[in-house]
Design a protein around this ligand. Sequence first.
Ligand SMILES: [Zn+2]
Ligand SMILES: [Zn+2]
Length: 130
Amino acid sequence: MHKGKCLCGKVAFKITQKITDIVMCHCSECRRVQGTAFATNGNVESKNFKFLSGENNLTEFKENDNKSRFFCQSCGAPIMAKLKNNPAYTRVRLGTITTDVYEAIEKHIFTESKASWDNICDDIPQHKEW
Ligand SMILES: [Zn+2]
Ligand SMILES: [Zn+2]
């Protein structure tokens, strides 16, 4: 149903379901890891996320005891995040998806900690935190 890849193309994957729980997260962690105003992330079941190439080209960043972020060690593209206490789900970065995504974006989150220069100009619901 979806395909995606990193900037250099070494890491490629496919997703065999619709992406759910899509949010635009404006928290400071997402901003720093992406270098952007916000990250657009969604959930897929880990069993429906399959690497086509480059799984061994990922570097794991353990953000805390529970959360790990995985990025391409060649180009730095953020691919996914996983929670140790919820391994059945993989959080994907929508910017790495190369197929069209028509699934709805549910909400903006952590708008209270958004960057001063970040202007939200759409009608999607906004939440100060979750
Ligand atoms: Zn890459
Ligand atoms: Zn965030």
